[in-house]
Write a protein that binds this ligand. Sequence first.
Ligand code: PEP
Ligand code: MG
Length: 885
Amino acid sequence: MVTYVYDFAQGNKDEKDLLGGKGANLAEMTNLGLPVPPGFTISTEACRAYLKNGGEPDGLADEVSAHLKSLEEAMGRSLGAPGDPLLVSVRSGAKFSMPGMMETVLNVGLNDESVQGLARSSDNPRFAYDSYRRLLQMFGSTVLGIEGETFRDALDDLKKERGTTADTDLGVEDLQELIETYKAIIEKETGRSFPQEPREQLDLAVRAVFDSWNTDRAVLYRRQEQIPEDLGTAVNVQAMVFGNFGMDSGSGVCFTRDPASGDQGVYGDYLQNAQGEDVVAGIRNTVSLADMAEVDKRSHDELLAIMTKLEQHYRDMCDIEFTVERGKLWMLQTRVGKRTPEAAFRIAVHMADEGLIDMDEALGRVTGEQLANLMFPRFDEKAERTLLAKGMNASPGAAVGKAVFDWATAVEWADRGEDVILVRKETTPDDLHGMMVARGVLTSRGGKTSHAAVVARGMGRTCVCGAEALDVDAREGLFAVRNGPTVHEGDVISIDGSTGEVFLGAVPVTPSSVVRYFEGEDVDEPLVGAVRRLIEHADASRRMKVRTNADTAEDAARARRFGAQGIGLCRTEHMFLGERRQLVENLIVAEDYDGQEAALAELLPLQRQDFIDIFEAMDGLPVTIRLIDPPLHEFLPDLTELSVALAIADSRGQRKKRDRKLLAAVQRLHEQNPMLGLRGVRLGIAIPHLFSMQARAILEAAATRLKAGGDVLPEIMIPLVATVRELDIVRAQIAEVAAAVEEEQGIEIPHLVGTMIELPRAAMTAGKIAGSADFFSFGTNDLTQMTWGFSRDDVEASFFSTYLEQGIFPVSPFESLDTEGVGALVRKASESGRAVNDKLKLGVCGEHGGDPASIHFFDEVGLDYVSCSPFRVPVARLEAGRSAL
Ligand code: PEP
Ligand code: MG
């Protein structure tokens, strides 16, 4: 017999799979002896069974009855009993936090009769009727699916009629009137009246939570956060405690450290006379924890003691929800809190210094993506700026874009390539889509714990919230700034998520302090200190080296400052662009061998100088130079453009001899599938002296550096090899050139010759190829293209969004390595290559070399290094370190 329901006292924090995050942590707090209102958790297993069968699994109802009975006994009251009713909350809680994505219903058990009982037993009729109207509102929108606006509008109308803007100004009779309005709305919208039977309310609420697993916004959120689809949510049924009892009650959210900056010291928001939802929705502005001490010192002090206890117990920053009911503190939720990248680095190092964790654990708690985020540019403080308002610094970054006031416009404008900032009074889960496409999010209400702040932080989206000086009117598409201008839809604004500032117009941006530190500047900032300590620890821990992909001396020098240990890929074709294109054209249109030689002779000194500069920048470190790879037509003009130009010239009777030759070359080199055509090693075999010229340039440059006292380690790399025969032919050419250059220069030039592995055939025959190669470098861009049969230049813009939506893969295989398919080839080639040649150096130079998940895979396979763009080098260092833990 499966068990579906667990009392809070039965679980612990490690049972998130079964009890969801909220349930597992409620159990943990219960067992720590903290003041948690009693209750029980209906497991994720029950949810999965419900979603699978389309109904409650057998036995669930009986188990709920049994647990409800114990709860009633513990509380000495019965659910919804007319005299002194027990009320419960019904809350979702999946394994991974999905803030605001799923349903919650509070005050379950109230009805026309028990509300009177509650009014009497609490001696507080206002509170009782307020609780009932909240139940109708939440039940109506979440369980019965009525538009939430309908209830909010009715509330606003009533407040307007009474000449007030605060809910708290509404008296008992107002609330009774509102209750009748709400009941009428429910009847009108659903054709049936609000269920008065408490147990029916409970069952329907549980069902609504199960169903909310599959709402559009929940599905979208999971896709965005890569949360598996099949986990299901748990449901927590808990005795209600009331923060809306009066001014001696309230609700709050707090963090044991500042989740935005990582500063030590507690951080939180408290709202008197309110239920939890009011705090998170930012409906009224909250006060700080310090101010809470003035209102209710006893609860405040007890809360602080519990916060310390929780942080010590979890050994991490905790995010806590609590309620005070008539001066008594209750803990409603805790979890390890989400934080900004800056806070993640600072908290990890602080905790290591405090002795709560060691440096390995600290390193495990930060990610390469967070580091990448910290390397984004910031607003230039010296630039002229027009400050409009200052809100909370909820999620860092510098975002510039056009103001839009609803999610649909955000999506529409972003789709046509515009940068937008989504501006709302407060966000709700419906805004998720808009938040995903926006550069940043700005709200006029709510604190750092509001929905906008929590979701934006999770996504790494810049967010400023609670900018109270802004009067946002979404219907009119504008916001008016107190004592300032009005900003309309489409006007450009800039928001700084690190300071909370909102500016008019586009503020220029400058490099981040973390980048300045990597560039070698002496930056005295706490964040930089934390980054330095963790990256140094990563360097000391990692086995894999990190190289860079760089084609110029400047990029090489920067990457070296960022910690690169050599070049893993220098794409020589990038050296043939600009003015040199003409020389490549000369080579292509040359009519005979001599013509080709003449063109190559002009290219040689230019190439040699390129390499001298790069070798100098990377002195003492290995430099992998790849011989020319792309199809030659890429260096020629476009066929249509050239044909048109020639037709015009013809009609004017002009003679264009060179253009005619070019046209012939373009036609000759035209291919249906150029990526599968004359490129890579095939070029080296079809036009042998092209590769020879490049090899000569490399070796002469190396000789020049050696003679100047430099230390060079050139690695000549052949692209797109499919069979060892190709490599052997080219290798022989290079050996000939090397012998000649060594003879001419009178000096031995140490160098390696190796190949890219970027075709499935090469991976499958790697054992043979390894016999002729000093190294392999996995070109996972082409290897992905060739393995999946996906044109890397087209598919991401065409059908990938459909593939992602349908869950065919969770992330583009060009972004994160498909370990199952492409990764299997990398593994096989590494193993068979090493079996033949135990000195074989192994690396990767496709884009995946800078992707955190892929880096962990390459470490596991045993590659010697990853190579990535200069800006990803610190990210790769950090991740290679984390992978070694
Ligand atoms: C690759 O294919 O992964 C690679 C690094 O080469 P390119 O991107 O230049 O084709
Ligand atoms: Mg390639």
